[in-house]
Design a protein around this ligand. Structure first.
Ligand code: RB5
Length: 146
């Protein structure tokens, strides 16, 4: 799967190994930076990944910051993005199954890398449930034009 990934300075320490993990798993990874842990603003990097996903350059996105919260809030401002801030693999699966999340945002400061690897596994391997969930996701999309 083609996956776009980025972080801010707080997420950089996990972005690097998580990108390597995704490559090991056979994914085609676009790393949108940053290249160092120098201080940056997370919305700038959330936008790069969100646009990759919204424009079809990547099927899914992964964003890492201190909590994952700011990345999710920023990414969700881009039309077509459903970014979920996830702290357990179970929530990652539900974000896919119920919400058809196309970006997962994770915390480098509060969640271990091993747990974040399991979160990525669940996020990338769980299909959207469709049915009643599809009707609700369509209503989310409709909010963009209101
Ligand atoms: C950076 O200090 C921190 O605010 C950021 O990484 C993130 O946690 C924001 O939601």
């Amino acid at each position: 799967m083609k996956i776009s990934i980025a972080s801010d300075h707080a997420g950089f320490c996990q972005k690097q190994p998580l990108a390597a993990y995704l490559r090991e798993r056979g994914h085609d990874v676009i790393d949108r930076g940053p290249a160092t842990d120098e201080r940056v603003d997370y919305p700038d990097f959330a936008e790069l990944v969100a646009r990759d996903v919204a424009d079809g350059m990547a099927e899914r996105g992964v964003l890492v910051c201190g909590t994952g919260i700011g990345m999710a809030v920023a990414a969700n401002k881009v039309d077509g993005i459903r970014a979920a801030n996830v702290v357990t693999p179970e929530f990652a699966a539900l974000a896919r199954e119920h919400n058809d999340a196309n970006i997962v945002t994770v915390s480098a400061r509060f969640v271990d890398e091993a747990v974040n690897r399991a979160i990525l596994d669940a996020f990338l391997s769980t299909d959207f449930g469709g049915g009643r969930h599809a009707d609700r996701v369509a209503k989310i999309a409709a909010l963009e034009s209101k």
